[in-house]
Design a protein around this ligand. Structure first.
Ligand SMILES: Nc1ncnc2c1ncn2[C@@H]1O[C@H](COP(=O)(O)OP(=O)(O)OP(=O)(O)O)[C@@H](O)[C@H]1O
Length: 463
């Protein structure tokens, strides 16, 4: 089982020490504070820290001296210095002596968290620290490829920051972009990681069963309810309840969910007493909920309640840097599992994959790799193995381009192509509705506010 990283803070400034302690604990670390070198050495004698954050000037000795003493006792530990003086010579000497990095006071706590993350990243010459940190990362493994592009690195940081904040999280994004992976990551980062993670796909449940599945029922609540049944909301305990495809819930269930979020309690079907809800709620949808609200299909008050921390998972085509590492990751599993040997992709297949549109996102990529690994004649996958539905690389490229915009001029950036297509489509719709914004918004499947914004941006006018 993974354990939180133990971070030893050695700082004699009480206010700074306490705020660091609080922040690092919020980040899920097991942080300890020592106000002087003697206390720090006492702590190190009882438990090996995974990283040390140390002030340079301490009441009983200097930080460099303390670091050497710690290294002599327990071996090298990633160490970050905090210096009030910004003395670059001293900092360089510390780094030469084995410190991982230094921060100049005053610093932002976000900067500390980031520096600590870098400092604790395993490197070859500190195998011990790497070992314990690898344990810590075990839970994040499924998410390992998240963070390879700037877009998903930013998402990862947001999820890490809000992991222990007691607010609902809403994950938006096309199908297969990794919303469930993100929800699991959030759970694995939180202090409740040992509590259950319960994922419910609202679209996959028969409508008449959703209520009882999520909220449970009492014995005799309906024909066939022979005993009390606990729903997912109760099974989640103090962990995470992940409701996928939230846009599919009918109005009565939306009302029940509103109560769950607002009052932190709910009723079992046929129950007369409210049951407390202790879990963290994470919702996901591929729908444009604002358009659903405009169309009267989704409650606006529920939207405000769940739309507190909102994370949009970008489609795979917006983070092409991740395609090659994801392929490598899926191949490493699929090769041995599906054909008992290592499998690779040809350069041409990789280029085709990079050019392709991936409408089904990461799930489609994973499926294509699995199918190709299982069926290909040779262990090196070619374009035809990955894209049997597209006879050659040019066809994949053409397919990708058609999917984006047939009219697109070569040489335009993707953003320009999308923008031009969006403008043309909105203009055509407005023409069809004779400038009627409300009707155009309904036809376009977006809210009126969103349409107004887009019209302003594209310099279009309504009736
Ligand atoms: N960054 C990633 N690294 C590895 N695998 C990923 C990543 N993102 C997604 N996947 C894989 O892609 C598939 C789809 O991911 P996931 O179920 O999280 O997407 P989703 O957005 O919740 O999809 P849906 O909206 O259809 O429920 C899963 O098999 C998941 O393991």
């Amino acid at each position: 089982m993974s354990r939180p990283a133990m971070i030893l803070i050695v700082e004699d400034d009480e206010i700074l020490g306490r705020s660091l302690l609080q922040r690092l604990r919020l980040e899920g670390h097991d942080a300890r504070l020592a106000a002087d070198a003697a206390t720090a050495l006492g702590i190190v004698g009882r438990q090996r820290p995974d990283a040390v954050m140390c002030d340079i000037r301490l009441p009983d000795r200097d930080g460099e001296n303390l670091m050497r003493e710690i290294f002599a006792r327990i071996g090298a530990v990633p160490t970050l210095f905090m210096t009030a003086y910004g003395d670059i010579d001293q900092a360089v000497r510390l780094v030469r002596a084995g410190a991982r990095d230094y921060l100049t006071k005053p610093f932002d706590l976000d900067e500390v968290v980031e520096a600590l993350r870098n400092a604790t990243r395993p490197v070859a010459n500190i195998a011990d620290a790497a070992g314990t940190l690898e344990d810590m990362r075990g839970a994040q493994d499924a998410f390992a490829s998240f963070g390879l592009s700037p877009a998903s690195a930013a998402i990862r940081r947001t999820l890490e920051r809000v992991a222990d904040v007691d607010l609902p999280v809403l994950l938006l994004g096309e199908t297969g972009t990794g919303k469930e992976i993100a929800a699991r990551f959030l759970h694995a980062q939180s202090r409740q990681r040992e509590a259950p993670f319960i994922a419910v796909n609202c679209a996959a449940l028969a409508p008449e069963l959703v209520d009882s599945a999520i909220f449970g029922h009492e014995k005799g609540a309906f024909t066939g309810a022979v005993e009390r049944h606990l729903g997912f909301a109760e099974k989640a305990g103090a962990g995470t309840l992940f409701l996928d495809e939230i846009g599919e819930l009918d109005p009565a269930l939306q009302a029940k969910l509103l109560r769950l979020v607002q009052e932190r309690e709910f009723m079992r079907v046929g129950g007369s007493r409210p049951v407390p809800f202790d879990a963290r709620l994470v919702c996901a949808t591929h729908r444009d909920l604002e358009a659903e609200i405009a169309a009267g299909k989704f409650r606006e008050d529920l939207w405000y309640r769940i739309n507190v921390v909102t994370v949009r998972m970008p489609p795979l085509r917006e983070r092409p840097e991740e395609i090659a590492p994801l392929i490598a990751r899926f191949l490493a599993v699929a090769g041995p599992r599906l054909r008992g040997e290592a499998v690779s992709v040809s350069q041409e297949a990789l280029e085709a994959a990079n050019a392709y549109d991936w409408p089904g996102n990461v799930r489609e990529l994973e499926n294509r790799i699995d199918r190709a690994a299982a069926l290909a004649e040779a262990p090196q996958l070619g374009v035809a193995d990955l894209f049997p539905d597209h006879p050659d690389r040019e066809a994949v490229m053409r397919g990708a381009e058609t999917g984006r915009n047939r009219e697109a001029g070569i040489g335009m950036t993707l953003a320009e192509v999308r923008d031009a297509a969006e403008r043309a489509h909105i203009a055509a719709t407005l023409e069809a509705t004779k400038g009627g914004v409300q009707e155009a918004a309904a036809r376009l499947g977006i809210s009126r506010t969103t349409l107004w914004e887009k019209m302003r941006r594209h310099n279009l006018s309504g009736a």
